[in-house]
Design a protein around this ligand. Structure first.
Ligand code: ATP
Ligand code: MG
Length: 445
């Protein structure tokens, strides 16, 4: 295993001071997989005050000291070092009531969640792998350290972490771990939203996300209850060949692995069951399901403690996921004023997102081909690229006339806003140039 020089340095300084020290957890797992670890965690026999002594001349961040963790900052990169510890009882199923420090790495590895995450390595000892984590890595298996039910009872987030690692590495979950996960999933109700968010978003962006969603809607329904009725739901609609959950999973798989896009597709049709009507021919209709899904998306955003900007994007994209992007005759609408109005309403990032969402949603009906939808997507993106290259005006900010100009002409209050809006629309529709004199002439005051 090759350590970054800074990490090797930290290990050797702890060793010189008489302590044992290892890299541990995710970085060992990722190194064995041949992946570049995104951070390096260390564990050591040194107690917090002893670590402070060893690193007294370094920049040390002490936020986790109570739990035995500090971070040494080398070259602007923080490295977390934690005293070997065992967790006490988990009476609230979230936080151990106490942590106690132990003097060997074995005790520390025992508290970790999965065998693939419970390996340590040091230059002196080589790999410390007490639970056959390396073998599980080779066999692509997620398996709890110890008795699965008990481990999920201690901390129910581990249920979701099992799904997350299975998705991200495209691994299977060991049968005993899997059945315990299903059995203990209810515990996720008492886990903090922030913790759930981190795991769920990684899960959704993993290469195995579709497979995991298909296999574990029961577990995901604990977090987002509206998922449960979608499973096996017959849409009875001639535009759809899959049940609602299968459609949703396919739509989710069909967008790039970006948290906003994946979450939007997960939620985009959640409102369908509640708005469904059935006509005399037995065909299902879903009027206003977009708004109903939007309400559910806002609720999910709350559960997941999404930040405001992300919540607004997801809810907006869910509500508008099938906003018309074609002309009445069904052609791709690359008309200039149409695109400018869409840009004005959604901004560039979300309009591109809507193009991607449309493509995935249509392919996931089973009634069109990926080739056809890819071609449409390319045409839409190309039209947008060409338009944006001209630096067109599509926001009030771009308009060559300001509120103060209109005020100087004697307009007041609401008149000013209305007039600016009318001018912007005239510019987007190509009725007048975005030029101050032309605009003032246009309003004819
Ligand atoms: P990532 O690559 O996403 O950072 P990671 O395995 O490093 O994955 P972290 O959440 O950073 O995951 O946790 C670091 C290590 O701490 C894990 O590898 C695991 O050994 C342990 N760990 C983290 N969360 C838990 C938990 N809820 N229960 C038990 N052990 C945990
Ligand atoms: Mg990590």
């Amino acid at each position: 295993m090759t350590l970054p020089p800074a990490v090797a340095d930290l290990l050797s300084r702890l060793k010189e001071a008489g302590f044992s020290a290892y890299v541990v957890g995710g970085c060992v797992r990722d190194s064995l997989l041949g992946l570049e670890p995104h951070d390096w965690d260390l564990c050591t026999s040194a107690l917090p005050e002893q670590m402070l002594e060893v690193f007294r001349d370094d920049h040390v961040v002490k936020t986790g000291l109570k739990h035995g963790t500090l971070a040494v900052v080398l070259d602007h990169i923080p490295y977390e070092i934690t005293t070997f510890r065992v967790d006490g009882e988990y009476t609230d199923h979230r936080h151990p009531d106490s942590v106690s420090f132990v003097d060997d790495v074995a005790g520390d590895l025992l508290r970790r969640d999965f065998t693939i995450n419970a390996m340590a390595w040091s230059p002196d000892t080589g790999l410390v792998d007490l639970f056959a984590g390396r073998e599980d890595l080779a066999n692509h298996i997620i398996c709890c350290v110890g008795e699965p039910r008990r481990r999920f009872e201690e901390d129910a987030l581990r249920v979701l972490r099992a799904l997350r690692f299975a998705s991200v590495y495209d691994f299977e979950i060991d049968p005993a771990t899997e059945s315990a996960a299903r059995e203990m999933a209810d515990g996720l109700r008492s886990v903090a939203g922030e913790r759930i968010r981190e795991e769920l978003l990684k899960l959704l962006c993993g290469p195995g996300a579709g497979r995991i969603l298909r296999s574990y809607p029961d577990i995901l329904s604990v977090i987002i209850p509206e998922i449960a009725p979608m499973v096996g739901y017959d849409q009875q609609n001639h535009h759809h060949s899959y049940d609602l959950w299968e459609h949703t999973v396919r739509a989710m798989e069909g967008v790039p692995p970006d948290p906003v896009l994946r979450l939007t597709m997960l939620l985009h049709d959640t409102g369908k069951p509640e708005v469904r009507t059935t006509d005399e021919k037995g065909e299902g209709h879903y009027r206003k399901h977009q708004a109903a899904s939007g309400v559910i998306a806002a609720r999910a955003a709350e559960t997941l403690r999404l930040d405001n900007a992300t919540r607004e994007r997801v809810v907006n994209l869910v509500i508008h996921h099938d906003i018309p992007l074609r002309t009445e005759s069904g052609e791709i609408n690359t008309d200039r004023s149409f695109l400018l109005r869409r840009l004005n309403r959604f901004g560039e990032e979300d309009l591109r997102a809507l193009f991607l969402i449309h493509r995935a949603d249509r392919i996931a009906t089973g009634y069109t081909t990926a080739e056809r939808e890819d071609q449409r997507l390319r045409e839409r993106m190309a039209a947008l690229d060409a338009l944006l290259a001209e630096k067109p005006c599509f926001t009030l900010k771009d308009l060559a006339v300001r509120g103060t100009d209109l005020k100087a002409l004697g307009l007041k209050g609401k008149q000013i806003g209305d007039t600016l809006q009318a001018l912007l629309e005239a510019v987007m529709d190509g009725k007048v140039e975005n030029n101050r004199d032309e605009l003032l002439k246009f309003i004819n005051i």
